[in-house]
Design a protein around this ligand. Structure first.
Ligand code: MD6
Ligand code: FE
Length: 219
């Protein structure tokens, strides 16, 4: 009998997406009262640290999403400095505002990670904005999960595997939903395909807010 040769199976275009262990979607985790509390906290954060559009390293092209941070560290990007975490807002030069207590409590309830989050990204999506497929890999501590809260308009989110070309599952994220990328899914590709205008009245200025909580440094 001839020796059997092991060949890599060819890429199957119709292969169903396999969601990695450690990915969690908690639909409706926050009720309307909790969402209102968070929205009030976000309004305060944005007043102290205005939303801005970072520019990409090298090209200097602006992101379509506007963002800001609260917590000890914020991730910034510009043409010359590249991507990095820093303690101050790039435009005001002031420290990022503190992380709202309700967000710290959420992390303690669902993150399954002892150390506290250090950075909370506030993304604001307006009609036509999306976030391309990416891996959240700028944190030294990838043992900690990344946790996100959706507020406002509905959105279509995708999550794939560890390779950009892996099949992707699409999920509808609604206001109050929590998403966790932990364990094997911590470095999975994911992105935000589109938002659905007018599907929620939570955000007073319209659109969708996504809050992403991270541990950045090793505890
Ligand atoms: C968004 N979310 O929902 C984009 N990253 O607008 C993310 O990029 C994300 O939801 C890490 C963990 C959870 C997330
Ligand atoms: Fe992400």
């Amino acid at each position: 009998m001839p020796a059997r040769t092991l060949t890599a199976s060819p890429a199957k275009p119709n292969e169903p997406p396999r969601i990695l262990a450690g990915f969690q979607h908690l639909p409706g985790h926050l009720d309307r009262a909790a969402q209102d509390t968070l929205m009030a906290a976000v309004t305060e954060v944005v007043a102290a640290a205005p939303l801005y559009r970072p520019s990409m390293p090298r090209t200097g092209k602006a992101f379509s999403v506007r963002m800001t941070y609260c917590g000890a560290l914020g991730w910034v990007s510009d043409k010359d400095g590249g991507y990095r975490y820093q303690q101050t807002h790039p435009q005001t030069g002031r420290p990022w505002p503190p992380m709202p207590a309700r967000l710290i409590a959420l992390w303690q309830a669902v993150a399954d990670y002892a150390a506290l989050p250090e950075a909370c990204l506030v993304n604001h999506y307006q009609p036509g904005t999306k976030l391309g497929s990416h891996v959240d890999a700028d944190e030294a501590d990838t043992a900690a999960p990344v946790l996100s809260v959706s507020l406002g308009w509905d959105a279509i989110f995708h999550v794939g595997g560890l390779k950009r070309t892996d099949p992707k599952a699409k999920l509808l994220l609604k206001s109050g939903d929590v998403v966790i990328l932990g364990g094997a899914a911590r470095l999975a590709y994911h992105g935000l395909e589109r938002i659905m205008p007018g599907t929620s009245d939570l955000v007073p200025w319209g659109g969708r807010i996504n809050l992403t909580l991270r541990r950045v440094t090793l505890p």
